[in-house]
Design a protein around this ligand. Structure first.
Ligand code: SF4
Length: 155
């Protein structure tokens, strides 16, 4: 599994409450295992690499949704970078929860759903089991993920 197409600045957050058996990164479940960083600090790192787009992963970025929403909002306001975000929630669960849904307007591509060990497939692009979907929330110039779900919505 990779952190998305092309060069990317990947932000691995701490905190996840999905507890998927076979998780690739169980040390990330405990939010206290992380290292606190200010949004300004992250923006400096993101902006310093003009070639790279941005990936939110972890852990589950939606477990710190207020902070990641503000970070995503600033990335969109201050750069032209796209944002891919991995989450253990399905998009339907996110859309049904006003608190979680606040981040969606700033995300370009969501890779959603829990990892299901019994369905593990190492041939899949950018995900570990086929229930996980690559959902383009904004139009993409070139579809690097044949079969991705298109769910284009206006900004
Ligand atoms: S959502 Fe991701 S990080 Fe969280 S338990 Fe599942 S596989 Fe691990």
């Amino acid at each position: 599994m990779a952190d998305g197409p092309g060069f990317r600045t990947a932000i691995y957050c701490a905190g996840c409450n999905h507890a998927c058996p076979g998780c690739h990164n169980p040390q990330s479940w405990n939010i206290d295992n992380g290292h606190w960083m200010e949004i300004d600090e992250l923006m400096d790192i993101i902006k310093a690499d003009s070639m790279s787009n941005v990936t939110f992963t972890g852990g589950d970025p939606f477990c710190q949704v207020e902070a990641f929403t503000e970070l995503a909002r600033r990335i969109k306001a201050e750069t032209s970078k796209n944002i891919w975000c991995w989450t253990g929630y399905t998009i339907e669960e996110i859309q049904a929860d006003e608190r979680l849904a606040q981040m969606l307007p700033y995300i370009d591509t969501l890779v959603d759903g829990p990892f299901i060990l019994a369905q593990r497939d190492t041939t899949l692009l950018f995900r570990g089991s086929p229930n996980q979907r690559i959902i383009h929330l904004t139009p993409v110039e070139e579809d690097v993920c044949p079969g991705a779900v298109e769910l284009v919505k206006p900004r």
